[in-house]
Design a protein around this ligand. Structure first.
Ligand code: ZN
Length: 213
């Protein structure tokens, strides 16, 4: 069946992205999760399961879920509670979010802790041009920060609203927790994850020279 082939192909790509993200130090200690849209109508996601080592990720640790996070097939294990956030992003961004990537990197954790006004502003960096639709370093990127919680089933609806209210944001941060970003497919999402993690580190290191949290 075409959908099964598609799921298998997406699962293999998720494995590669998960391992690369781990190698970069963005998803240590089984943290983070990664997903890709298998179908839109109805919405189906291939997503990493909870508690798996991203450095040793394999395709049997990717499952297919529906909009409620229920497992429909694929490998073994159950998805993280944060699967609801992946669904929220896929719904809010539509075809702009064919894949959703979530890291627990040091620099996203540091920066999400530092901002007091509900978001992080990034401007003036050449690497901003790696974000979808951005053609100049003069771009001003604003990433909303949401408060951390352990009840994502409730918070997912708020996140979906927040993303609809901020259609230009290329990602969002969860305070003292990590980054969510996305792209029309896995390659685009991976590029944006790399761009944003680069910018977080550049900003964090620059601030660290002159600034006390
Ligand atoms: Zn997380």
């Amino acid at each position: 069946m075409p959908s099964e082939e598609s799921f298998a192909s997406l699962a293999q790509q998720l494995v590669e992205i998960g391992r690369q993200s781990y190698a970069r130090g963005w998803t240590f200690g089984t943290s983070g999760n990664f997903s890709a849209v298998v179908s839109r109508e109805p919405l189906r996601l291939a997503i990493t399961t909870s508690g798996v080592d991203k450095g040793l990720l394999n395709a049997s640790q990717i499952v297919q879920i529906d909009e409620t996070g229920r497992v429909l097939g694929g490998g073994a294990g159950k998805p993280s509670a944060e699967a609801r956030l992946h669904v929220a992003v896929a719904r809010a961004r539509g075809v702009g979010a064919g894949a959703v990537l979530h890291t627990h990197s040091i620099w996203s954790t540091v920066l999400s802790d530092a901002a007091a006004d509900g978001g992080v502003v990034i401007e003036g960096y050449e690497m901003l041009k790696g974000l979808d639709g951005v053609s100049t370093h003069q771009h001003r990127e604003w990433l909303p920060i949401i408060e951390n919680t352990q009840d994502w089933a409730i918070a997912a609806a708020e996140v979906e609203q927040l993303l609809r209210a901020n259609p230009k944001a290329h990602g969002f941060l969860i305070r003292r927790h990590g980054l969510y970003t996305w792209g029309r497919d896995l390659a685009a999402a991976k590029r944006q994850m790399e761009i944003l993690e680069f910018l977080f580190e550049a900003m964090g290191r620059k601030r660290g020279m002159t600034w006390q949290p």
